[in-house]
Design a binder for this molecule. Sequence first.
Ligand code: FAD
Length: 378
Amino acid sequence: MKILIVGGGIAGLSSAIALQDDGHDITIVETLEDWKPAGAGLHLPGNAIEALRALGIDQDVAAKSSAFPRLDYYDHHDRKLFALETEQLCWPTFQALTRSEFHEILCAKLITPTIRFGLSVSAIDHDADQTKVSFTDGTSSSFDLVVGADGINSTVRRLAFGTEHVPQPTGYICWRWITDYPFGLTAPKFVIGHGQVILVMPVGGNRFYIYASTYDPGERIRNLPPSELSAHFARFDGPIRDMLSTIKPDTPIHEGRLQQMVMPEWVAGRVALIGDAAHGTLPTMAQGATQSIKDGLALANALRTHADIKTALADWQAARLPEAHWVQQQSLKRMAFAKISGKAGVWLRNTLMRKIGPKIVATGFQPLIDGKAGTRKN
Ligand SMILES: Cc1cc2nc3c(=O)[nH]c(=O)nc-3n(C[C@H](O)[C@H](O)[C@H](O)COP(=O)(O)OP(=O)(O)OC[C@H]3O[C@@H](n4cnc5c(N)ncnc54)[C@H](O)[C@@H]3O)c2cc1C
């Protein structure tokens, strides 16, 4: 089968790896001139392990990651709210690494696909038997299958599904970077303040991934210079305050607004959307990478199982969509804790978290670990 994958992010590369051993002729087009993975760190909760193993990268990921025995939750005065003991629950290992290392691992597994950088698609014409794709360099070609793995602002989605499907704003703005500030942590630390959250995550080699967010539904904050982040998060005490004061004007920090993309259908003719193009979600449960990898694995499996491509794509969507939609709903619901500000609201939330925090977090991950997320029982 002649397959075009648009986008060389986690979804595009994972699907190419999953498909490459089945004799397909695969081309990946990537709009960037070279690999430049966006973001800073990547948290891979326990349910990622099975997907990483199926893709053949679990050992490589483990070698580059920090592995965690628990998740710690604190208030902004650096007082512990609760811990979720993932190791004691006998869950598969929660781990994290840098985005660039994860990307290198994926790239090293790519063998047969052709990669064309600095190229995108400009038109997609459906046909019963093939899909004709025009490229931004003026050339065109026909494919048996086009996989839209071009992220939350997907061009494939616009060209093949229509302009009405656009990502929805969620009101959160975030900043992400890697620091070597000596936190000395062995587990991720989620620190929750007044409409703000800061996560400190070990990512191997004495480095820490920082994710800092603010609820800003009016979108008043834009292009905050690194030197102003310390003042912006001034309510945080303890090591976080000290770390923020070490930020330099040239510290590479990614700013972005969090969006969500809910698509009722992921298939149009011979075009399939995967990863964030199909189900971009809030990072609350750190599921984006795992869900993207599972899309690719399931797609390869469906194409192996069914000779007819329409049946394969319908089967693939039915297998993947319920869990991905469940993740989106849960992530949005759970992120609401991060909106709360004001003395009374924060006191109430923190009191609640001290009492039932572990249960709230556990009921998010358990269905994913059991493979039951999105089924009728949830
Ligand atoms: C703040 C934040 C924190 C997150 N933290 C985590 C986490 O800890 N763990 C986790 O699992 N997930 C996390 N996620 C989610 C995760 O990053 C995404 O789900 C995942 O990267 C999706 O991969 P993708 O390949 O679908 O999209 P992308 O990563 O966006 O990749 C798309 C690729 O397509 C390319 N492209 C775009 N347009 C075109 C085009 N027109 N033509 C050709 N190429 C194109 C891009 O250059 C890019 O290489 C987080 C997301 C955010 C926003």
